[in-house]
Design a binder for this molecule. Structure first.
Ligand SMILES: [Zn+2]
Length: 169
């Protein structure tokens, strides 16, 4: 089932998500829905808070469904390592229509549980490192806009407020 994606300004997006306890059928259904919602958007990553569920789960697939091996599911993930620096344009399904350049480490190692509760560790560089960090941020209630400084951020927030007032957000 495709779930609606929350947008900038909606509560759960801006709150720290809780650890997942037992991997119940509801959690499995949530993960299935997140994958379906990510592919339908289409996007390369989606975190549970983006569909209004404040739990530490995200999915990533840089191939957007073209290669089954590229799909990753992380539950209760943590960084093991962050290294280097990259500067790239970034966007978010929860901030549609806006992009900004965000500085992030070039390489990231993340470990967590997969959907079967088995430990999983992934090392990413470039875009995968960026996606891992972007989704980790969602679990802490942070959007890429929160990593954009100064006038660029103010300008985007102003435009979103305007759209919001006009009922177009
Ligand atoms: Zn996002």
């Amino acid at each position: 089932m495709i779930r609606p994606i929350l947008k900038f300004g909606e509560g759960p997006l801006h709150e720290r998500a809780a650890e997942v306890g037992e991997l119940t059928p509801d959690i499995q259904k949530l993960i299935d829905d997140m994958i379906e919602t990510m592919y339908a958007a289409p996007g390369i990553g989606l975190a549970a808070p983006q569909v209004g569920v404040s739990l530490r789960i995200f999915v990533i697939d840089l191939s957007v469904g073209r290669n089954a091996n590229d799909l990753m599911v992380f539950i209760n993930p943590q960084f093991l390592e962050l290294e280097g620096m990259q500067l790239e344009e970034e966007g978010c399904l929860s901030v549609p229509g806006f992009n900004a350049t965000v500085a992030r480490p070039m390489r990231a190692i993340v470990s967590g549980l997969d959907r079967n509760g088995e430990p999983v560790t992934v090392e990413g560089k470039d875009l995968l490192a960026r996606a891992l960090q972007h989704e980790m941020d969602h679990l802490d209630g942070k959007l890429f806009l929160d990593r954009v400084r100064g006038i660029k951020r103010d300008l985007i927030v102003k435009k979103i407020r305007k759209l919001s007032r006009a009922g177009k957000w």
